[in-house]
Design a protein. Structure first.
Lengths: 229, 169
């Protein structure tokens, strides 16, 4: 999984994304349209199943951000505002390539993950018991709280759309102006070595399993209405 | 290499397309969905009833929020009046051919037209309960208002359960 160090790496290529990071990424890409479509078409049963899956994936990615391979860790890519400014200022000269998230992209990850977490979390409490579907934790917390959550659920979705658009615009910008292909590495996990220094430091696959059990368990527990609470 | 590039292109295309689709829709989401009747070109019955029902839902939320907080009788009076007035009106906007199975963007089930007596009875129950809410609010007694929340809410839910597409988990 994540410790098959350079198993099929060709010379001149460098590993940058581990499998869990890629699964999370493309999982989000698939789930977002599904969640939007099911909500628009009143397929709330499927909406909530997909939402539970999203919650599990987000929780997993957050855990993985602490114990995953080097490029997955928040500590490796969350940088201060000065680093971001310095990076963006010199991007024309340097080309902006990096092993892992660059200082600007790191913040994109943090913001998108937080928004997805807020979206999945608010959905657990959203809805009105007299008016259609309700999230699994809607009951007993009062109308003020649940209508606030419902509002946030709508707001967060629009913010997600905005940041996804920004994310896609950045990918196009890197492709056109910096001649940097970002999508293929997110599929294969590898990119051309070029002048890049260093590579991803993988971690044993069992860590991903532990994170998956924790994240999946927590999401399932919420999905079934947090029994025992 | 070729297949990888193809996959990349396909995924980009998919992401872009889904985003565009989502954007396009969220723009119109703010307004009541505009579907004009093909035959008459008049403002659509579906939009009209949805606007009225939406307003009732919001007003009912106001009453319940006030009961949790400030207990502002004035706000609750206005809200109860809105529910009562809209309840009498929205029923006029269910012409034949405006069910979900017509393909329109609505959750109205065919049962509305298949069981007109049942629909009328459910509507009468709403009218009765919303009038009781108006009366309860007029007393200014938060206890009485609170007691009328459940019956009124049930009269909404009762109709939703039978006559509206509700894919609840």
């Amino acid at each position: 999984m994540s410790d098959d160090k350079g198993a099929d790496s060709r010379p001149g290529q460098v590993r940058i994304w581990d499998l869990p990071v890629r699964i999370c990424h493309w999982g989000f890409v698939l789930l977002l349209p599904v969640l939007w479509w099911t909500a628009e078409n009143s397929e709330m049963r499927w909406h909530m199943r997909a939402g539970g899956l999203l919650l599990a994936l987000v929780l997993f990615r957050i855990l993985w951000g602490f114990v995953g391979s080097s490029t997955a860790r928040f500590a490796s890519f969350v940088r201060g505002p000065l680093a971001v400014i310095a990076y963006l200022r010199t991007i024309g000269k340097t080309g902006g390539k990096s092993v892992g998230h660059n200082p600007a992209g790191g913040w994109s990850v943090v913001i998108l993950l937080l928004l997805l977490a807020a979206q999945a979390f608010s959905g657990l409490f959203a809805g009105d018991p007299f008016d259609g579907a309700t999230g699994p934790l809607n009951e007993g917390l009062g109308i003020k709280f649940s209508s606030q959550m419902t509002d946030w659920h709508e707001l967060a979705f629009n913010l997600i759309l905005g940041f996804v658009a920004l994310h896609l615009a950045a990918i196009v910008t890197y492709r056109v102006f910096l001649r940097d292909r970002l999508i293929a590495p997110m599929i294969t996990g590898k990119r051309e070595r070029g002048s890049l220094v260093g590579e991803m430091a993988p971690v044993p696959a069992w860590r991903a399993l532990v994170c998956a059990v924790l994240a999946g368990g927590l999401a399932l527990w919420a999905y079934y209405g947090a029994p025992g609470l | 290499m070729v297949s990888k590039r193809f996959l990349t292109t396909a995924l980009t295309g998919f992401a872009a397309a889904s985003l565009l689709a989502a954007c396009g829709d969220s723009a119109s989401e703010e307004e009541v969905v505009e579907v004009t009747s093909e035959e008459t070109g008049e403002p659509d019955a579906i939009s009209q009833r949805q606007a009225l029902l939406e307003e009732m839902g919001d007003a009912f939320t106001v009453i319940r929020e006030q009961l949790e907080g400030d207990g502002d009788i004035e706000a609750m009076t206005a809200a109860a009046a809105t529910i009562n007035a809209n309840a009498a009106q929205f029923i006029d906007y269910f012409p034949e051919g405006t069910s979900m199975s017509s393909g329109a963007d609505t959750e109205a089930l065919d049962t509305i037209w298949e069981d007109p007596e049942g629909f009328a009875a459910a509507h009468q129950r709403l009218l009765d309960e919303s009038q009781k809410m108006v009366n309860a609010v007029a007393t200014g007694d938060l206890g009485q208002i609170g007691e009328q929340v459940m019956p009124l809410g049930m009269s909404c839910g009762n109709c939703h359960d039978t006559f509206r597409y509700d894919d609840e988990a």
